[in-house]
Write a protein that binds this ligand. Structure first.
Ligand code: ZN
Length: 259
């Protein structure tokens, strides 16, 4: 009888625990987040008073916008004729938020070579972020008093992890390095590549934003959720980008989507 009572006690205490385990499955780190809407990016541009208009729909570009007036007091000029700044909204948002970094150095105008171009990163088979209009190549920085070029004025090898700016020898070197450090530390961008990165970037800054739907710097609930996922899935980042590159390939061979 005592044995039966003991068995019954074990069964009675074990059952709720088992039921609890069934009712609460382990969190799936690969669970997909709800996608942040394109409209929320356009609303963010409005809030920052960015003079945008809808950009032409092009293959690879999620939220195309065109801007042909200064952003935060900074004019964007290109050597290509008759075009406004054509970028994904996510990059436009970052440029608007970081316009102050240029303005604080006295810069009024940036000269860039390109934003959108369907191509792979040189020497690889994965698409450059220019294929999504998420990157801009900036070559020259102008104010009323100076006209600095990355080719002539950027001083390589400056700074370290503690002191990003280091000890530039020239005023141009200091200006360009200060702008780089502020862009780099802002978390508004995925990459800022300079002549320090490789020989392909000898004459420009490659300034690249994350897709709007993947951003974790926006201070909203979705960003907080995404940041947790990024932490949990940190080791799978390479696999994710490889998967993205694979999934992007068929689009370029099938031509433009119908819209
Ligand atoms: Zn680039």
């Amino acid at each position: 009888m005592r044995l039966l009572a003991a068995l019954l006690t074990i069964v009675a205490t074990a059952t709720p625990a088992a039921a609890k385990a069934k009712a609460k499955p382990a969190a799936n780190p690969k669970a997909k987040l709800p996608k942040r809407s394109a409209q929320s990016c356009l609303d963010a541009l409005d809030a920052l008073k960015v003079p945008w208009k809808p950009g032409e729909a092009k293959v690879g570009v999620d939220i195309p916008v065109e801007i042909d007036a200064p952003i935060g007091g900074i004019t964007f000029k290109t050597w290509k004729k008759g075009k406004g700044l054509y970028v994904d909204c996510s990059l436009a948002y970052s440029l608007a938020r970081s316009a102050k970094f240029f303005a604080d150095e006295g810069v009024t105008t940036l000269f860039y070579s390109g934003t959108y171009e369907r191509r792979n990163v040189r020497g690889t088979d994965h698409p450059s972020k220019h294929s999504y209009a998420l990157a801009i190549d900036v070559h020259e920085f102008e104010s009323d008093a100076f006209h600095y070029t990355v080719a002539d004025d950027y001083e390589q090898g400056l700074g370290d992890e503690v002191d990003c700016i280091g000890s530039p020898l020239t005023a141009g070197g200091k200006t360009l390095r200060t702008i780089f450090c502020r862009l780099q530390r802002s978390e508004l961008y995925k990459h800022i590549l300079t002549p320090d990165y490789d020989a392909d970037h000898w004459n420009h800054f490659h300034i690249e934003a994350r897709p709007w739907s993947e951003r974790t710097d926006l201070g909203d609930a979705l960003s907080a959720q995404a940041a947790k996922t990024v932490q949990r899935g940190a080791t799978t980042a390479t696999g994710d980008s490889a998967a993205k590159a694979r999934s992007a390939k068929p689009r370029s061979t099938q031509g433009s989507p119908k819209r």
